[in-house]
Design a protein around this ligand. Structure first.
Ligand SMILES: [Zn+2]
Length: 76
């Protein structure tokens, strides 16, 4: 059966998640790649995990309060 199925693990699409959209990815057993039905993101398990790690770090930063906005607002 060459039909695409969800992989062993459900990975969240990192590209969609960057836009606050929670999409599960599908797995293509022929290409051995995960891909997203919503956007054009596709990648190996390793790439998906790497992207998710970047997002995890980004969201961890959400809880840090940034106060130094002067550099941006005075830039004229
Ligand atoms: Zn996506």
């Amino acid at each position: 059966m060459a039909q695409a199925t969800k992989g062993r693990l459900n990975y969240r699409c990192p590209s969609c998640f960057k836009r606050d959209i929670d999409m599960d990815m599908f797995y293509d057993p022929i290409k051995k790649e995960y891909y997203c039905l919503r956007c054009q993101f596709h990648g190996t398990e390793e790439e998906v995990l790497k992207e998710n790690e970047v997002i995890r770090l980004k969201y961890k930063d959400m809880y840090r309060r940034f106060t130094d906005f002067e550099d941006f607002s005075n830039d004229k």
